[in-house]
Design a protein. Structure first.
Length: 254
């Protein structure tokens, strides 16, 4: 049945999801992880007519993701709705798992990143099923987005294996400051080892103060700056002429 107030349904489901501790144990050792929230969402989608499976990460079966599939009664495109179930830690938060509303804002761990988005995806999926939308609808909610993407890797393998799912379009409900982003830059982790002498500016104490400390003086420009400058040059060369296109973000270095 179609929900008369989908916005209200999203708010209520967000409250329920925030109440479930899903702090990423890769970031906070001993944290709860995604198991409880994955089971909760899987149960709800199963009750809404989806064929649901829980997908554990091969390296840690406790890190659980959800795949829910519903085939419409008429042929059509395959639409994937994607989000993540984990959150960062809760240090400094008094009541992190209690969603509070102040005016038009809700606060609590994960309300923005991204339990509000997950709630929106689930309600949208239920609405599409109730409306008899054609085609195949896939809800893919992954573990470990905040750290090593173990869940995304497991879900991609599962979708490309026995399921044979090939998406025509994928909607990701990550918070983007309410801007529509039509592409994602991705990321890569690169480790670079540099050899050389470490030098630092310093001043000697005592009678010799005012003179450069031993090994001090004007230090040569660090090699790491040259590496970062090189990355910046490559990133600049890959940007299209005429500036950024709306909704598209380009490379950054951290």
């Amino acid at each position: 049945m179609l929900t008369a107030d989908p916005a209200g349904a999203v708010v209520e489901l967000t409250r329920q999801l925030v109440a479930l501790d899903s702090v990423n144990p890769g970031l906070v050792p001993g944290a709860a992880g995604e198991g409880p929230i994955a089971e909760f969402v899987a149960g709800r989608l199963s009750g809404s007519g989806f064929e649901v499976r829980l997908v554990p990460a091969p390296s840690d079966p406790r890190r659980m993701s959800v795949i829910a599939v519903r085939d419409g009664g008429r042929p059509g495109r395959t639409v994937v709705l994607n989000g993540h179930l984990d959150t960062v830690g809760v240090d400094g938060m008094a009541e992190p798992f209690t969603a509070r509303i102040d005016g038009d804002r809700m606060s609590g761990r994960g309300t923005s990143d991204m339990k509000g988005g997950v709630a929106g995806l689930v309600i949208a999926a239920e609405q599409l099923v109730a409306a008899g939308a054609p085609g195949r609808l896939v809800v893919a909610l992954v573990a470990d987005e905040e750290d090593a993407s173990l869940g995304a890797a497991a879900v991609l393998e599962a979708l490309g294996g026995d399921s044979g799912v090939r998406a025509d379009v994928c909607l990701i409900a990550e918070p983007t400051w309410l801007d529509l982003a039509v592409a994602h830059r991705g990321y890569a982790v690169v480790k670079v080892g540099l050899r050389g002498r470490v030098r630092a500016r310093g001043r000697a104490h005592g009678p010799a103060r005012g003179r450069p400390a031993r090994g001090g003086g004007r230090a040569r420009r660090p090699h790491r700056c040259a590496v970062l400058d090189g990355i910046g040059v490559v990133a600049g060369e890959r940007r299209p002429r005429g500036g950024l296109r709306p909704g598209r973000w380009w490379a950054a270095r951290h």
